[in-house]
Design a protein. Sequence first.
Length: 127
Amino acid sequence: MTIRTAREWTRVDPAHREILKKYRGGEFPVKLGALARDLGVEIKVSTMKPGISGGQITREDGKYVVRVNRHEIRERQRFTIAHELSHFLLHRDVIDSSPLMESLTTFYIARAKPRTLSSKPTVSRQI
């Protein structure tokens, strides 16, 4: 019997495939923070305007970053993280070569900054 491989799976970098295999058949729900860390993607929880769940995966200071809205429910945060990780795995070349990425990143970060009433310097936390 021949097992067919999904076309998308063949597009994933071989090193990332090995990382994903570690999570196959393991704990459920999948620990997305650990998976992201293993893939080299930072997850940051930030204060965003209502109705914004998160944003596209961006490059900040040479690192891949996904931001999620701290005010969204956990399930929505997990969906956003998983969704953006799939973009990282399947479309990293587009993320890296997009001429709009720098301006989108700047725009996104500006919208994601919390309005702070206290003098605490914390903007976001990593998962």
